[in-house]
Design a protein around this ligand. Structure first.
Ligand code: AR6
Length: 169
């Protein structure tokens, strides 16, 4: 698998699947989640609502992933995953790694060849950037997957720099 870094907006990526840093309600929020729903249009939210009414009545658990249409985005699917809120007193690294592993597992089920990831948990959820980048790159590198091209799409220069450092290791 080829792993690359892009500084930019994930909603503009022409890939098979883009990953959303959602919350367990699946009903939208701020950050990358807000941008995806805004640009993707109401079809994504409609499918999220159906998921809440069926398989995920209690919400999507942290560390898991589920796919919907990508609506009007230039991708086929959005894979929603729920990162852990950062905690200084409890190690939730495996939950964060699980977001990437589970997203790739769902991607494999869909036959995805190209995927774009944001820096899950590195915004509102407060994960320190260097550590979030290390966990993300480590999890994607270690995954057994048929995905050929995984790209991290980082919104700001500081997050991009953290991922660059993690990828060089
Ligand atoms: N493209 C790529 N990355 C982006 C974009 C974009 N368009 N917009 C923001 N980012 P966050 P979290 C970056 O807060 O920490 C939401 O309200 C952002 O700069 O989106 O997992 C959800 O509903 C940061 O580096 O996700 C949840 O409630 C990264 O995406 C909660 O926030 C992740 O920041 C999830 O928090």
């Amino acid at each position: 698998m080829r792993i690359s870094l892009v500084q930019g907006d994930i909603t503009e990526q022409h890939v098979d699947a883009i990953v959303n840093a959602a919350n367990s309600s699946l009903l939208g929020g701020g950050g990358v989640d807000g941008a995806i729903h805004r640009k993707g249009g109401p079809e994504i939210l409609e499918e999220c609502r159906r998921l809440r009414a069926s398989h995920y009545g209690g919400g999507l658990p942290t560390g898991q992933a589920v796919a919907t249409t990508a609506g009007r985005l230039p991708a086929r699917w959005v894979i929603h995953t729920v990162g852990p809120v950062y905690s200084a007193s409890e190690d939730r690294s495996d939950q964060l790694a699980s977001c990437y592993r589970e997203s790739l597992r769902v991607a494999d089920e869909l036959g995805v060849e190209t995927i774009a990831f944001p820096a899950v948990s590195a915004g509102v959820y407060g994960w320190p950037l260097d550590d979030a980048a290390r966990i993300a790159v480590g999890a994607v590198r270690a995954a057994q997957t048929k995905v050929e091209d995984a790209r991290f799409v980082l919104f700001t220069p500081d997050v991009f720099a953290a991922f660059e450092k993690a990828l060089e290791r």
